[in-house]
Design a protein around this ligand. Structure first.
Ligand code: SF4
Ligand code: SF4
Length: 191
């Protein structure tokens, strides 16, 4: 298997895990929301990004892209794999307000950035999904990608553990800070 194909396969597995977790965790809010935040304009990045196109080719969606609605359907996003990372980043006021403490707010912020983190600075400072040239994507260093994936996987496990145990150890905090560093979070950690 080529390094690019390994990257696509590993990314798809991680995206699926994070997507399921986010869907279940946010379900109480999103399932009754009258103002769903998906907009066809946001879907367009999937057509421009080479990496997202490769993902879609490897894991074809059940329906085609619509010029009018993008990937938005009555039941949510048609794409199971290859959504723009920004789609995972959006956290509405309702979701943030429902988090019981600042630590929970920080943890959902980290959760929302996990998919983005995997593709950070993939080649010459560009994010993996922002690469628009097939030649450039062929030279992305697999080891960089793997390191970021490992950081995201570790932080994901720490967020899940926090939600389960309502407790973040110093080690877990450090995992989260690799994804989203903030002086406020450091202060919360050392309190
Ligand atoms: S993230 Fe917020 S705005 Fe978007 S669907 Fe869920 S509850 Fe609604
Ligand atoms: S989640 Fe899917 S439908 Fe929603 S904006 Fe992103 S790509 Fe479009």
């Amino acid at each position: 298997m080529s390094e690019l194909n390994r990257m696509i396969a590993q990314y798809a597995v991680f995206e699926t895990r994070v997507q399921r977790y986010i869907r279940n965790y946010f379900w109480p809010y999103c399932s009754t929301c009258a103002d769903a935040c998906c907009k066809p304009d946001f879907c367009q990045e999937t057509l421009e990004s080479i990496f997202l196109t490769f993902l879609r080719e490897a894991y074809p969606p059940p329906a085609s892209y619509s010029q009018e609605n993008g990937w938005v359907s009555e039941t949510g996003c048609i794409l199971k794999i290859g959504r723009p990372p920004v789609c995972y980043e959006y956290l509405c006021d309702e979701i943030m307000a429902a988090q019981p403490t600042a630590t929970y707010q920080y943890a959902v912020n980290v959760l929302s950035k996990l998919i983005s983190h995997v593709g950070k600075r993939a080649h010459r400072g560009k994010h993996l999904v922002e690469i628009l040239d097939r030649k450039e994507i062929a030279v992305v260093k697999f080891s960089y990608f793997e390191n970021r994936l490992k950081e995201a996987e570790t932080a994901f496990a720490s967020v899940v553990s926090f939600h389960k145990n309502d407790n973040l150890s110093t080690l877990n905090w450090r995992d989260l800070e690799k994804i989203l560093f903030s002086p406020k979070a450091v202060k919360m950690r050392i309190k």
